[in-house]
Design a protein around this ligand. Sequence first.
Ligand code: SAH
Length: 306
Amino acid sequence: MNWIEVSIEVDGEAAEAVADVLQRYGHQGVAIEQAGFPIEVWPDEIPPADKLIVRAYFPDNHEADAAQQRLREALWHMSRLYPIPEPSFRTVDDEDWANAWKAHYHPLRLGKRLYIRPEWTHPTDMQPDDVVLVMDPGMAFGTGTHPTTQLCLIAIEDLLADWPQVEVLDLGCGSGILGIAAIKLGARHVLAVDIDELAVKSTLENAAYNGVTDAITAQQGSLETLRGSARHFDLLLANILARVIIDMCDEGLGDLVRAGGKAVFSGIILDQADDVEAALRRTGLEPTRRRTITDWVAIEAVKPVA
Ligand code: SAH
């Protein structure tokens, strides 16, 4: 399938507003590039105030003309508040889409022993006791370069250091990076769930690259799908937007964790951390620890044994 790329060069202040508009029309979020360097950008993230290129993609199908028209209209309305240049549109094929950012994604060390190897690279500096994660996120979120992902990986490594055979739920699995890390660090089984079918596909592909297919089940869905099954997990991982986590807490997210089990929540900006912790308490989880990278916070919690 082909994609239509829309890109607009703006300064930092307008970038956030433009990204918001593109987010509404784009598929799989928005990328913001600085000086030609693409960054994995979290939907809530505020970009730095330099010249930035905001890009988004939508499918080149029968709805493309209408989508393009709506997008132009939305941008025109915005241009009355912020001066923004005309958007550029171009058609890219799937392969270009998926490959464009590969040049900027390099092997990365994290925590004590984690080593993220982009699938197409062949680094020579791996150590015998490295825990290697082989990743090709494709169109899913989760290269490991984003602080929200890194906070989770570091927490998982710590938690599993003396906790073997854990049953894990990776909610909002994206590329599957968190679940795959959990298995490589000793978890017994991971259920990986995402509302996006591309994420499910990406998780299964990455599980295969890592030789952990037997230990991962990936399926499309969300909290509703899981609550029906009355399953309880030892460890819940959820790197999703703070407001989504809060909503899920009010819909019984805590019920998915067994008494004595633990959870890691990420995707949270410092300002939102108190609200997330209050929501965790409402769903029967007790926050125990915050970890931070810059303004990003991951919150660990336990489900008290009654
Ligand atoms: N776990 C990966 C990806 C995080 S991005 C990592 O840590 O890097 C967040 C993911 O959550 C996206 O793949 C998105 O599709 C998914 N998501 C968003 N809202 C969701 C919901 N309500 N239920 C399940 N998944 C959701």
